[in-house]
Ligand binder design. Structure first.
Ligand SMILES: [Zn+2]
Length: 323
C-alpha cells in the first residue's frame, strides 16, 4: 500500500505536534520491546579512522571526521563557523583540529550529544550557537532515553543555543551565503540542514547517514515518513556538483542522496504496510522484511522497533488503527 506521507503528516499534525500523544502510543502492544535483543552501536560498521582527521572539501570548507561523526568547518575570513561540535569526550580533539581558528558561530543540526557535546567548550570561548527552536527546547531540560531507560542531564547553560529559528533562514558569513532550514521529524523533532550556497556544500546532519542504519529517535519525533520527506526537501537544494555531508561517514554526491531518498521511500512503504497490517517489530524481524531491499543492517531489530514506534506515533496516518 502506498501512503502519501506529506499529506498524512499535514492531516495529523494537530494530534502529533506535541509529545502529549506519546504516553498513549507507548502503551500500544505492537512494538513491545524484546529484551533478548541487545542494542548495538550502529556506527560500529563504519571504519573508524583517527578522530579529528581533516578532509578539505573546498577552499573554505573542511570536515573534521570521527569526532565521533562529522564536524563541518567554514572559514569566514574572521574565524570559522562550525556545523555541530562533536561529542563532549572529543571536543578537545575538534578544537585541536581547528588549530588557531576561533569559532564565531556554531550551528547544531539537532540535539543529540554526539553533535552538541562540544557546545559548552566553544560557547565559553565566544561562539554563538544557532539551532532550531525545538533543539534548544530539548537541550534546555533533562531528557529521557527510552532505549537505555535512563535520563540524560541537560548540558550547562552555555551549551544551550542562543539564536533559534523555526523555518528557513539565511545569513552571510564572510563571502559565503549560509542557508539553513527545518527538516520536519526526520531524525528528531528539531533537525536542520545548513547549506553553504557559494561553496555548494550541504550539511545534512543525521537525516542522511547511509553508512549506518537509519536512526529514528521516535521519542523525540523522528519517523520514517519524516525522514523520506526531509530528503525530498534536501534534494530541492542540491544540483549535480553539490557535496553532501552526512552526520557519519564519507561525504555524498547529490546522486547518492537521491538514491538514499529512493531507498527511504521504499523502506517507508514496506514497513508502513507491515505495521498497518498489524505486524510488530519482532514479526518483521522474523519475516526478514529488510532483506528484500538488499541492504545489511547492523541491528535490524533496533531499527524496526524504532520505525514501528515512529509509525505508531503517526497512527492517524493509517486511518486510525495500526494495532
Ligand atoms: Zn542524531
Amino acid at each position: 500500500m502506498q501512503h502519501d506521507r506529506r499529506n498524512f503528516l499535514k492531516a495529523s499534525l494537530g494530534s502529533v505536534a506535541g509529545l502529549s500523544t506519546l504516553p498513549l502510543i507507548g502503551g500500544l502492544a505492537g512494538c513491545a520491546q524484546n529484551p533478548a535483543v541487545p542494542a548495538s552501536p550502529r556506527a560500529a560498521a563504519v571504519p573508524q579512522a583517527k578522530p579529528g582527521a581533516v578532509i578539505k572539501l573546498t577552499d573554505r570548507v573542511r570536515v573534521i571526521t570521527n569526532v565521533p561523526g562529522n564536524v563541518v568547518v567554514l572559514a569566514t575570513g574572521d574565524g570559522v563557523m562550525l556545523v555541530d561540535s562533536g561529542s563532549a569526550e572529543l571536543a578537545a580533539v575538534v578544537q585541536k583540529s581547528l588549530g588557531r581558528d576561533k569559532v564565531q558561530t556554531l550551528f547544531n543540526t539537532h540535539y543529540h550529544a554526539d553533535q552538541t557535546g562540544g557546545n559548552a567548550l566553544f560557547a565559553t570561548a565566544g561562539a554563538e550557537i544557532h539551532a532550531h527552536t525545538i533543539t534548544k527546547q530539548w537541550l534546555s531540560a533533562d531528557y529521557y532515553v527510552p532505549s537505555e531507560d535512563r535520563w540524560v542531564k541537560a548540558p550547562p547553560k552555555e551549551a544551550i543555543p542562543k539564536v533559534t529559528f523555526r523555518g528557513k533562514g539565511e545569513i552571510k558569513a564572510g563571502a559565503e551565503t549560509v542557508q539553513f532550514g527545518y527538516l520536519l521529524e526526520a531524525h528528531t523533532r528539531g533537525d536542520a540542514y545548513v547549506f553553504f550556497r557559494d561553496s555548494n556544500v550541504l550539511v545534512a546532519g543525521d537525516v542522511s547517514s547511509p553508512q549506518r542504519d537509519p536512526v529514528l529517535d521516535w521519542y523525540a519525533g523522528g519517523w520514517l515518513g519524516g525522514r523520506a520527506d526531509a530528503m525530498d526537501d534536501l534534494l530541492e537544494l542540491v544540483h549535480d556538483q553539490t557535496v553532501v555531508v552526512p552526520a557519519y561517514g564519507p561525504v555524498m554526491t547529490a546522486a547518492e542522496l537521491k538514491a538514499e531518498r529512493d531507498y527511504m521511500v521504499k523502506l517507508y512503504d514496506l514497513v508502513a504496510d507491515k505495521v498497518h497490517k498489524g505486524n510488530s517489530a519482532k514479526d518483521m524481524l522474523e519475516q526478514k522484511v529488510l532483506d528484500t531491499l538488499g541492504r545489511q543492517y547492523q541491528d535490524p531489530y533496533r531499527f524496526l522497533y524504532d520505525a514501528c514506534k515512529g509509525l505508531q506515533a503517526h497512527y492517524t496516518n493509517f486511518g486510525g488503527n495500526v494495532v
